[in-house]
Design a protein around this ligand. Structure first.
Ligand code: HXC
Length: 519
């Protein structure tokens, strides 16, 4: 046989082998995947990478297990596809579990494949994005499959704060399988398609007697609104993948790079709308998103966790083309009070921004921590402490603007000067005090009120005296706790000018192995 003929034959065989491998668990199972309204692993990767182009690795890997009939269920590539390519023109690594192969269950080799692509992502300083669609540990492999999870978990942990890690839940994610996504930075779920739980409805029923559907127990709505496990929910996979790409565009490739700087259109200052957002009456609500949208470039604010702990808003935007993280109390929900969930949500976001060199802008309008037996007994002390810790520890540029209320512990928590904030501004509507006027007068003047001839008018008088003292930002400004009191219309300009100057900010924490954040 001539050399050319031989080469052609080898190439033909390679094509046959690859075509067969690319079918995963085969046509029937692909059909069943489609019937469930799901894309296949490779279709997901095609939607994700620029021009649907990606390089796949380990296409021919097979499991080596023989027990419980596994010797007859061998598929090239096993239950996960690993790949790299460009996303938004930047190197990106990914894995997509293949449900058509034994329900995407994680074997030892599948775990090793995921570990391989994570190692490559880390070595190349690029994000890792995982599509999760799996029945959990491969039952027939026993402890080997558990070791596969171990390989993944340890990398999720070691690469946390080194490269961004994002999980997309597009199928079941059951048992220990939930814990890899849980360690990653952001979890995206697709409605009616992704479910996460440590035990499914059957086990729940047998242990607690509760009857619940898969979706109600671990679907996207439950996790986006109640548990806070999911940061984003989308109606379909294409929308979800687009949102992941949008998020990637706001953040850097790794912890030693900065985010991309985008084109922007300068906004003429002052921005009139900002002057009339805060209502005259200090107890009236308003939507802090109206403030945020008037500060960021092109009103383009990418909110995170929008359905969870809505009393605080977190997300990414840009000012003069540079990415910023925004944390803002939301007076339109529970008066913007800080509770357990809001503290957790904001603390985790502050830490992400700090790990990835993204300046943090804090917009403050907070009447305090939420009082109540439930909050106390669920541990608001422990959870609120996380937010103080996160802000105090963060070394990225930190800027706050007090829009209205900044009362008590919540004033300090929301990036007060002493937590090493770089610039603390206030609007003329700012009120900075240990507590609100009614509460304060009740504590410090109870005796005076009860002993007076006309308790009601005495109370009114004392409250108005208190308000006069604390309903302006000038006392805090006179002591240097507030660096400047500004025209609300100039807020964007003041923040933008500061960010332009603070780009080389250098700040370090004392040397240590790691701190002990109250978890
Ligand atoms: C091996 C599995 C599997 C698993 C599913 N399959 N899960 N094979 N190990 N864990 C196989 C099925 O046998 C079936 O193979 C194929 O995948 C498709 O599964 P179906 O059940 O037909 O699909 P569906 O009806 O969509 O249900 C999906 C499912 C269900 C809800 C995920 O399969 C299920 O409940 N699986 C078990 C979930 C679970 O309890 N996993 C273990 C968790 S413990 P055939 O050949 O029949 O098509 C765990 C510990 C990890 O993960 C700890 C790490 C620290």
């Amino acid at each position: 046989m001539s050399k050319n003929n031989n080469n052609n034959k080898l190439l033909e065989e390679l094509k046959l082998q690859r075509d067969s491998a690319l079918k995963g668990g085969g046509d029937k199972r692909i059909e069943s995947q489609k019937k469930k309204g799901k894309l296949t692993a490779r279709e997901r990767l095609s939607l994700f990478f620029d021009n649907s182009e990606f390089e796949e690795l380990d296409t021919f890997v097979q499991h080596q297990s023989k027990d419980l009939g596994l010797d007859k269920k061998v598929f090239d590539g096993d239950s996960v596809v690993i790949a790299y390519g460009l996303v938004n023109g930047r190197p990106t690594f990914s894995y997509a579990q293949d449900f058509t192969v034994l329900g995407g269950s994680l074997s030892l080799v599948a775990g090793k494949k995921i570990a391989k692509v994570m190692d490559l992502a880390s070595k190349n300083g690029a994000p890792i994005i995982g599509f999760n669609d799996s029945g959990g540990a491969r039952i027939q492999e026993g402890v080997d499959s558990l070791a596969g999870y171990g390989e993944v978990f340890v990398r999720n942990t070691l690469y946390s704060g080194v490269i961004p890690q994002i999980s997309i839940i597009v199928g079941p994610s059951a048992g220990g399988a939930v814990y890899s996504p849980a360690i990653t930075d952001f979890i995206f779920m697709v409605k009616e398609v992704g479910q996460m739980y440590i035990t499914g409805p059957d086990v729940v029923k047998s242990v607690t007697g509760e009857e619940i559907s898969h979706e109600d127990l671990g679907g996207s709505i439950a996790h986006a609104t109640k548990s806070g496990v999911a940061h984003f929910v989308f109606d379909d996979e294409a929308q979800c993948i687009n949102a992941v790409k949008k998020l990637l565009d706001f953040i850097p490739q790794n912890n030693i790079e900065n985010s991309l700087v985008k084109d922007y259109q300068e906004i003429d200052s002052p921005i009139e709308k900002l002057r009339s957002i805060v209502p005259e009456k200090s107890t009236e609500p308003y939507n802090v998103l109206d403030v945020i949208n008037n500060i960021v470039d092109s009103e383009d604010f990418f909110e995170i966790h929008s359905n969870f702990a809505q009393n605080i808003v977190v997300g990414f935007g840009r000012i003069r083309g540079k990415s910023i993280g925004i944390v803002a109390n939301q007076p339109a929900h529970m008066a913007g009070m800080l509770d357990i969930n809001a503290s957790d949500k904001a603390a985790r976001f502050v830490r992400f921004c700090d790990a990835y060199n993204i300046p943090i802008i804090t917009l403050v309008d907070v009447p305090g921590f939420m009082p109540g037996v439930n909050q106390e007994h669920q541990g608001i002390i422990r959870h609120g402490a996380k937010l103080i810790y996160a802000y105090a520890e963060a070394t990225v540029p930190k800027i706050s603007v007090i829009l209205r209320k900044a009362y008590g512990g919540a004033y300090i928590v929301m990036n007060a000067k002493e937590l090493r904030s770089d610039l603390n501004l206030a609007w003329p509507t700012a009120e900075i005090a240990v507590m609100g006027p009614e509460g304060a007068v009740n504590v410090i003047s109870r005796k005076e009120i009860s002993e007076s001839d006309d308790p009601e008018s005495t109370r009114e008088k004392l409250i108005s005296e208190y308000k006069e003292k604390f309903s302006t930002p000038y006392i805090a400004a006179s002591r240097g706790y507030i660096d400047d009191v500004i025209d609300p219309g100039d807020t964007r300009k003041k923040i933008a000018n500061a960010l332009d100057i603070f780009t080389k900010k250098h700040s370090e924490n004392p040397p240590k192995k790691h701190g002990n954040i109250p978890l």
